[in-house]
Design a protein around this ligand. Structure first.
Ligand code: PMP
Length: 424
């Protein structure tokens, strides 16, 4: 299959993050937290399609709803009741968000949240945290992965993709995670040009190192004073709390980017916002909205219907149970690391955690940047996990409500074996 793929797909695959050397695993089917590949081998799935399948694969209630909708039509260009249903449910969970506009990916959600902030404020710059992933909109991907050779004392705007226009870089202010002093200075210096500060309180690229609540509070209060909007990227972090991480942190952003789990396994993105922030999408005010935003498959009833079932099934109790399951596994892994006296530590929150193969304190992107030795150890660990038929995400271990006690036992045995092998 890989040989066939190489002939028609650049690099042989459609998603580089899913690539495994010397060739990828080709999935044939999946159920719960298990994927069966084309050779009939079963894999314990601790990736969940990049954290998007909160109930694992083929959850029966979602399959039933999806099957019904498939027979009723998949995309009609007219609105359907399904978009109202999902929007109502999300607005209820995010009390500061008055309304929602749906898109088809997290990248689009972040892009339209930024464009909404620009349309509302009439300013063009954004500020974001060094190393944070927010999808692939030019401005949002800036300084996603600067290498040590590109570090100056303070974070600067570094292109992610070759060919990024210089003008993009001049529109992005890069902040250091949890450094209040420099954040305050940079926001004040750029106040007259800054439309928004974009934050993910648990950036995956650093191994979900948490944003300090005081840092977030300082950003919220200063952005409010300076007329800058706050965008919370909850594309991933919505899974961590019944009302997302804004509920956990008690933060009220102007705009929220959503995606992943709210689509029930189908492509999705959404921008939610306060009544004032969302006015820019409303065509009734001026005929043409301040921010024109639509798409052929946005709010299609397959995504909306399956998304609504998935969100409905993710009750406050299920969310708490899943967070505890993740925390218990992480505690167990911490114990293994201590017992082995191994040079490693874990970071994460609730249903996601990562093992870092070093012991130094981790506060920000630069601390979490792996050395060559860290990388080698991580690669050895991942290949051990693969040898035990466990699929891990590049961001670490991701759990869904489909993971049960017996799956966790299999996982812990595999992790222990992999850590022991790496320690010896
Ligand atoms: N924001 C965050 C925090 C993400 O982790 C991701 C994807 N991993 C995105 C945005 C982009 O979402 P998508 O892949 O659906 O475009």
């Amino acid at each position: 299959m890989y040989d066939r793929g190489l002939k028609v797909l650049p690099g042989g695959v459609n998603r580089v993050r899913g690539f495994l050397s010397p060739f990828p695993i080709y999935a044939e089917s999946a159920e719960g937290c298990w994927i069966t590949d084309v050779d009939g081998t079963r894999w314990l799935d601790c990736n969940n399609n990049s954290l998007s399948l909160i109930h694992g694969h083929a959850r029966s209630e979602i399959v039933d709803a999806g099957r019904r909708q498939l027979g009723l039509g998949t995309a009609m260009s007219t609105p359907t009741e399904s978009e109202i249903g999902l929007a109502e449910m999300l607005c209820e969970r995010l009390p500061n968000m008055a309304s929602i506009r749906f898109f088809n990916s997290g990248t689009e959600a972040v892009m339209f949240a930024i464009k909404a902030a620009r349309a509302k404020t009439g300013k063009s710059k954004i500020a974001k945290i060094e190393g944070a992933y927010h999808g692939l909109y030019d401005f949002a991907e800036t300084s996603l992965d600067p290498a040590p050779g590109q570090w100056s004392n303070e974070p600067t705007a570094v292109p992610y993709a070759k060919g990024t226009p210089k003008s993009v870089l001049s529109e992005v202010i890069v902040l250091e995670l949890n450094n209040v002093e420099s954040m305050v200075r940079l926001l004040r210096e750029n106040q007259s040009d800054l439309a928004a500060v974009l934050v993910d309180v648990l950036p995956l690229t650093t191994g979900t190192l948490s944003m300090d609540p005081d840092f977030l509070r300082a950003i919220r209060s200063l952005t409010r004073d300076l007329g800058i909007m706050l965008i919370m990227d909850e594309v991933v972090s919505f899974r961590f709390g019944f009302g997302g991480m804004q509920g956990v942190y008690g933060c009220d952003p102007d705009l929220t980017a959503l995606g992943k789990i709210i689509g029930g396994g189908f492509p999705v993105g959404a921008v939610a916002g306060t009544a004032s922030a969302m006015e820019v999408f409303d065509h009734r005010l001026t005929g043409k909205p301040l921010l024109p935003a639509s798409g052929t498959f946005t709010a299609n009833p397959m995504t909306m219907t399956c998304g609504k079932v998935a969100v409905e099934l993710y009750t406050a109790d299920e969310c708490a149970r899943l967070n505890k399951l993740g925390q218990d596994v992480r505690d167990n892994v911490d114990r293994m690391i201590r017992k082995l006296g191994f040079e490693a530590q874990t970071t994460g929150y609730g249903s996601v955690f990562k093992i870092h193969f070093n012991r130094h304190p981790l506060h920000n992107y630069r601390d979490a940047y792996p050395t060559e030795d860290d990388r080698k150890m991580a690669a050895a660990f991942t290949s051990r996990m693969l040898a035990r038929n466990v699929l891990v995400s590049p961001y670490g271990f991701v759990f869904s409500t489909a993971h049960r006690g017996s799956d966790v036992d299999i996982l812990l045995a595999a992790i222990e074996e992999a850590l022991e092998a790496c320690a010896s």
